[in-house]
Design a protein around this ligand. Structure first.
Ligand SMILES: [Zn+2]
Ligand SMILES: [Zn+2]
Length: 400
C-alpha cells in the first residue's frame, strides 16, 4: 500500500505542482478564496471522477470531496480519514505562510491513499478532503466544527510548511479582544475639565498591561496596539480603541489571563471616568493536542522517505485553528521543511512557497501523511492506541 501511495503521488506530481502554483499566483485573503476553492473543486471533480465533490460546503469558500463507502460497510462502521487543505494568503505578502502547499499536501495525500485503498475492499475506509478556508483571520475550522463538518470524521491529517521537519510542534491557545473607551470631548486647553479623556484610559490600560506582563508566567503572552487614539490634539478624545491578543500554552489558562487583563482595562476606565466596552471574538484558537502514536508513525514513515526530523522549537507561540479540530477528532499537524531558512509571514517565505525546489519536500510530507493514515487503517490495534492517546491528551488538558 505504501508503494502504491508513493507511485501515485509521483505520477501526479505535475498536476499537484500546478495546483499549488496556481493558488500561489492568485493569493486571496481569508474568507475570499474563490479562485483556490474553484481550483481545488476542479481538481477533485476533473482529475478523477470517483470523488463526490461539494463546493461551497457550509462556508462560501469551503469544500468537501469524499470517496468510498459512507456510514456502514457490511454492517460495520467505516473509518473515515480526512485530509485538510488550507489556501488563504496574507495581506500584501501573498502566500507567506505557504498555505498553497498545505492545499497540495492535502490533495496529494488523499489521492495517494485512495490509490492504495482502491483494491482493498477488506478495508472500509472512506476518504474525505475538507477545504478549510480563512485560517489566518476568522478561523474557518472553528466555524466548520460548529457546523458539524467534522462530525463523521474519525482521523484528521494536515501538514504545515515551516523551517524544519517536526512531527509535533506545540502551538498555543490565543484569544483576541477589542476594548473601546467612551469619554467626552471638550476643548483640550480652554475647558479640559469639561471633558472625559478616552486617550488617558487607553494609555493607562496599555501601561497596566505592560506592568502586568512582568508578573505573568514566561510562556504567557500579551501584545496589542492602540487602534484609535483620538482625532486632534486640541480635542479631548471622546473615543479610543485598543486591540490585544492573549496566548497561553493551554486553553485552561486563558481565562485566568483574560481576567487579569480585564482588571487592567476596567481600572483604566475607573481612573479616568470613561465607559469601557470589552468585546471578545466568538472563537479562540486552541493549542494543538498531541497524539503520540500518530506523531511516531509519521516520523517512522517520514524517515523511511529520507526526512531528517528536528526537535520541536521551544517558545514558538504560534497558533492555528487546527488546535480546535484536535480537541474534536484525533489528528496530527506536523511541520515540514521547504528548502528555506526564511520564517513564515515574510516575503522570503512567499518566494520559497512558490519555488520549484519546495516540491520535493511538499510531496514527501504528503506521502508520509498518507502512509501514516494507511498504517492506522490497516491496524485496529494502532487505531485503539490513537484513540487512547486522544482521550488521555484531552483528560490531561482538563486536569493539568
Ligand atoms: Zn500563518
Ligand atoms: Zn499558516
Amino acid at each position: 500500500m505504501k508503494d502504491t501511495i508513493k507511485l501515485c503521488i509521483d505520477a501526479l506530481k505535475d498536476e499537484l505542482h500546478s495546483l499549488s502554483q496556481d493558488i500561489w499566483s492568485h493569493p486571496e485573503l481569508a474568507g475570499d478564496e474563490k479562485f483556490a476553492h474553484d481550483r481545488l473543486v476542479d481538481f477533485f471533480s476533473q482529475t478523477d471522477q470517483a470523488w463526490t465533490v461539494q463546493s461551497n460546503y457550509k462556508l462560501p469558500t469551503a469544500f468537501r470531496a469524499t470517496w468510498g463507502p459512507v456510514g456502514c460497510w457490511k454492517g460495520k462502521p467505516v473509518l473515515n480519514v480526512a485530509f485538510l487543505c488550507e489556501y488563504d494568503a496574507l495581506p500584501n505578502i501573498g502566500h507567506a505562510c505557504g498555505h498553497n502547499l498545505i492545499a497540495e499536501v492535502g490533495a496529494a495525500a488523499a489521492v495517494g491513499l485512495k490509490a492504495a485503498l482502491e483494491h482493498r475492499t477488506d478495508l472500509p475506509a472512506p476518504i474525505t478532503v475538507l477545504g478549510t478556508p480563512a485560517e489566518e483571520a476568522i478561523g474557518g475550522k472553528t466555524k466548520l466544527l460548529e457546523a458539524e463538518a467534522f462530525a463523521d470524521i474519525d482521523l484528521v491529517f494536515m501538514a504545515h510548511p515551516g523551517q524544519r521537519d517536526v512531527s509535533f510542534q506545540p502551538s498555543v491557545t490565543v484569544t483576541g479582544l477589542t476594548v473601546k473607551y467612551h469619554g467626552k470631548a471638550s476643548h483640550a486647553s480652554a475647558y479640559p475639565w469639561k471633558g472625559v479623556n478616552a486617550l488617558d484610559a487607553a494609555v493607562l490600560a496599555y501601561n497596566n498591561l505592560s506592568v502586568l506582563r512582568q508578573q505573568l508566567r514566561p510562556e504567557w503572552k500579551l501584545h496589542g496596539i492602540i487602534k484609535n487614539g483620538g482625532l486632534k490634539p486640541n480635542i479631548v478624545p471622546d473615543f479610543t480603541e485598543l486591540a490585544f491578543c492573549f496566548r497561553t500554552p493551554s486553553i485552561k489558562d486563558i481565562s485566568e489571563l483574560r481576567a487579569k487583563a480585564e482588571a487592567c482595562f476596567t481600572a483604566a476606565a475607573v481612573a479616568t471616568g470613561c465607559q469601557v466596552e470589552i468585546i471578545y471574538p466568538n472563537h479562540s484558537y486552541y493549542n494543538i493536542l498531541p497524539n503520540a502514536t500518530l506523531a511516531q508513525l509519521y516520523k517512522t514513515n517520514g524517515e523511511a522517505l529520507g526526512i531528517q526530523f528536528a526537535e520541536p522549537v521551544a517558545h514558538v507561540a504560534a497558533s492555528t485553528d487546527f488546535g480546535n479540530v484536535s480537541f474534536a477528532v484525533p489528528g496530527i499537524h506536523p511541520i515540514f521543511y521547504i528548502s528555506t531558512d526564511a520564517f513564515n509571514h515574510t516575503k522570503e517565505y512567499t518566494e520559497a512557497a512558490g519555488a520549484e525546489k519546495a516540491q520535493l519536500y511538499t510531496l514527501r510530507a504528503a506521502k508520509a501523511l498518507a502512509m501514516t493514515a494507511a498504517d492506522v487503517v490497516c491496524s485496529p490495534d494502532l487505531l485503539r492506541r490513537v484513540r487512547e492517546d486522544f482521550s488521555l491528551a484531552k483528560q490531561e488538558e482538563q486536569e493539568a
